[in-house]
Every structure is written in structure tokens, then in C-alpha cells.
Design a protein around this ligand. Structure first.
Ligand code: 13P
Length: 252
């Protein structure tokens, strides 16, 4: 059975105290939830990772990073390496978010290097990708998603996929209030699984968790998560509010 995941990407929100408070509330809310085969993840900003890890200790809440630089170390002012994240207890790193691609010029090529750095350090990645509105309008969304995966991930050995979680986030649905329909999400997730099977094999394709992201709310989560190839969600805005986020966790 594939692992279900609800992950909150906090983006550039929540200072140290707000991060701690949100995690404390979450811990309390999840204390008596069985959460079988389900992971609950939050991704605070870099400066709040250590304190968040401490707050989340001995709970069902995992703390992950939002990004990472691909180099081991060196003259990269303002950047953070895999080793630095590992040293504070981080095990998982989100890569390839559309905001990183759009505002910070991340490309498939640089993301392939980041993925390699994550895996070389025995970390896991939640790898984000998804088409723009114009891609969907011009009916090239499947081709765009395929090339994003091919260019950043298909050089990996089959075994490395044990450390990869995918997050399909159509850019037109991020922070817009407009979500992909459950059918659109399922259609793309099934397509993603089919191209992974073609590149690797059925075992790899069946094992990888594929999350949907883009305006997931408690009101639409259940329908989206009910689809067979949707294994959970990567949540932005609704992850900043404990009632909304736990509502989404309950939906899974
Ligand atoms: P929203 O849930 O705010 O649309 O953001 C989704 C997202 O970008 C998660 O990474």
C-alpha cells in the first residue's frame, strides 16, 4: 500500500514563535488520530527548522525543508547545503516548487543536480512540478509534465525512487483558489504513473506517492484524495491554519 501524505508548505510565513505555536496545536490535534500509513509534514522556513524539529519531537509531525542548494559547500552566499540540513536532523527536502522555478530561476537542469545532492546525502525529496495555465489551454500539459520529470528525475536508478515523493502542482491552481477538479488530478496522476512505468517498471510506478497541490481546502480535499492515484496533498495557504490543515488531514 502506498504511503499517504499531507504536507504543509508554509512558504515565507510564520516566524519562530508562530511556527512553534502551529506545531504545538497540530501535535495536540493529532495526538489521538491513528494516522495509519499516513505521514503529516510541515515545511517551515530555514531559520525555523531547528526550533520546529525540537517542538515536533516525539510527535506525528515531520519537519522538512522547502529548498536546498546542490553544492556541497562553497561561495554561495545565502544558500544552504544538504549536509547542513542533515546536521540539524532534516530528512526530507521539497524541491522544484513553481515559486522557486518562477522567482529564483530554477530549471530542470539545476533541479536534477539538487535531486542528486539530496540522494547522495541519503535524504528524501518531495519533488514539485506542474504546468502553467497556457500549457493547459494549449493542451500541452501532459508533454510539459513529462519533460519536467524526464529532465530532472529520469536519470535516477530505479532504487533511488524509494526516496522520491512527487507533488503535481498545476501552477494555475496555486494560491488562486482555483483547484484542479478531482478528475483532472486523477487524469494527470495516472498519466505520471504510466510514464514512470514505461521508463522503469510497474513496481516503481505503483510504489511512488503522488501528491496533488493547488488550492486544496477542507471542503475539496476529500473528493481529490478519493481518487486512486492521488496519495495526498501539498498544501499552501490552508496549512497555515490548524483547523483547515487538520480538516485536510481528516479528509485522508
Ligand atoms: P495553495 O494551497 O496556497 O494553493 O499552495 C499550494 C502550494 O504551492 C503548495 O506547495
Amino acid at each position: 500500500m502506498r504511503t499517504k501524505i499531507v504536507a504543509g508548505n508554509w512558504k515565507m510565513n510564520n516566524d519562530k514563535n508562530e511556527s512553534k505555536a502551529l506545531i504545538k496545536h497540530l501535535k495536540k490535534a493529532l495526538k489521538n488520530e491513528p494516522l495509519e500509513n499516513t505521514r503529516v509534514i510541515v515545511a517551515p522556513t530555514f531559520v525555523n527548522l531547528s526550533s520546529s524539529i525540537k517542538t515536533a519531537k516525539d510527535s506525528k509531525v515531520e519537519v522538512v525543508a522547502q529548498n536546498m542548494h546542490q553544492a556541497k559547500n562553497g561561495a554561495y552566499t545565502g544558500e544552504i547545503s544538504a549536509q547542513m540540513l542533515k546536521a540539524i536532523g532534516i530528512k526530507t527536502v521539497i524541491l522544484g516548487h513553481s515559486e522557486r522555478r518562477t522567482y529564483f530561476n530554477e530549471t530542470d537542469a539545476s533541479l536534477a543536480e539538487k535531486v542528486d545532492a539530496v540522494l547522495e546525502n541519503n535524504l528524501e525529496t518531495i519533488f514539485c512540478f506542474g504546468e502553467l495555465l497556457e500549457d493547459r489551454k494549449s493542451d500541452t500539459h501532459f508533454a510539459v509534465v513529462e519533460s519536467q520529470l524526464k529532465n530532472a528525475l529520469f536519470h535516477l536508478e530505479a532504487d533511488a525512487w524509494k526516496s522520491v515523493v512527487l507533488a503535481y502542482e498545476p501552477v494555475w491552481a496555486i494560491g488562486t483558489g482555483e483547484t484542479a477538479s478531482a478528475e483532472q488530478a486523477q487524469e494527470m496522476h495516472a498519466y505520471i504513473r504510466s510514464i514512470i512505468e514505461k521508463q522503469y517498471n510497474k513496481e516503481v510506478a505503483d510504489a511512488v506517492s503522488i501528491l496533488y497541490g493547488g488550492s486544496v481546502k477542507p471542503a475539496n480535499a476529500k473528493e481529490i484524495f478519493s481518487k486512486p492515484d492521488v496519495d495526498g496533498g501539498l498544501i499552501g495557504g490552508a496549512a497555515l491554519n490548524v483547523a483547515d490543515f487538520t480538516g485536510i488531514i481528516n479528509a485522508i
